[in-house]
Design a binder for this molecule. Sequence first.
Ligand SMILES: [Mg+2]
Length: 360
Amino acid sequence: MKIIDFNIREIAIPLKEPFRISLGVIEMAHSLVIELITNEGINGLGEAGPSLIIAGEHIGGQKVILEMLAKKIIGVDPLDIEKISHLIKKAVPYNFAAKAAIDIAIYDIIGKTYSVPLYKLFGGYHEEVETDMTIPLDEPEKMAKKAASHVNCGFEILKIKVGTNLKDNSKRIKAIRDIVGGNIKIRVDANQAWSAKQALEHIKAIEQYDIELIEQPVLAADLEGLAYVTKNSPIPIMADEAVFTAQDALKIASLSAADMINIKLMKCGGLGEAMKINTIAESAGITCMLGCMVEEIGIAILAAAHLAKGLKNIVTTDLDTPFFLSDVPVKESLSIERGKILLSENNGLGINKIDYGSII
Ligand SMILES: [Mg+2]
C-alpha cells in the first residue's frame, strides 16, 4: 500500500462563547483537516488544531507545514509508521499540530487496514472513557452556575480554570464546591499563573475544598519550581505546558517534578509520541491524562479518546471541546453522554461522515 495523494481543508468554527483562561481568550476553533489517500482505496483522516496561546503555532504556518509534511510521505507505505514518524520529525522541528495531523491520519489508515477500532490497537484496557468538563475563567457566581448545569447534565469531574489572584480563585472554587456538593471531583488548572511560592499559598487556601489535582501551577520552563511545588503540595500536581514531547516527560520524571502529566496530541505531535510519553511516565510512576486544545474540532478528540481507552496508565481525560463548539463536523461519530465518550466499534477512528454544514 502507498500514500498517493492528500487533501487539506481549513475550517473555522466559532465557539458558543469566548473561552477564557489565565493565558488569554479563544473565540474560534481554527483547525486543519487532512485526508491521506492510498492506492488501495483506504483513506485516513487527521487534524491539526494549533494553539497560538499554548504552543505558539498559527493556523497559516501549520497549513504550510502540513502540506510540506504530506508531500514528504507520498509514495510511502502507511503501515511503515516508524519510517513516517522519522521522515516528518526530520523534516522540521516543533510544529506539533501539523505533525499530529499526519500521525492521526496514518493511524486511521492502520486501523482500517487491520480492521480494528484504534482503541483495540492501542491495548483495549479501559471499559469506558470519561471526560471532565472545563469551567473557563469568569466571575465566581457565573462559574458556579455553569458548574451546576454541567453536573445536572451528568458530568462528575469539573476542571476549573483559575487566574493569579488568590482571593478571587478561592471564591471561585468555594462557590463551585458549595453548589455541586461533595460527590463531584474538582480539578484546578492555573495555566502557569503562579510562582512556586504563590502556588503553595493557593494550595493551602483551597485544600479545604477537596481538590483532586492542580494543573501547571508555574511557568512551563520553571521545572525546578514545579518540582518544589510537587514536593511540598498535599494535592497532586499535573504538568501540562511543561511537557510537549517525550524528552520533556523524561525531564519531569528525572526531577520528580510532577505526579501526573497531561498529554495532548497537539503538543507532542500525535499518537506515536503520546505513547512514548505515557511509557516514560508509567515507568516513573507518573499517571497521565489525555487532554486537548479548544481549537480541535473532533477528529483529534476521537484519536485521543481511542488512545485513552487503550492504555492503562491514562487514567483520566479532558476531552470536552466538542461542548464549546457551535458545531461539530464529526458529531455522528463522536457521541458523549453524561461525561462518557462512546467510541464505536468501526475500524480506525470510526468516522463515517464529516458534515461541514455551514462551516467556512
Ligand atoms: Mg492545562
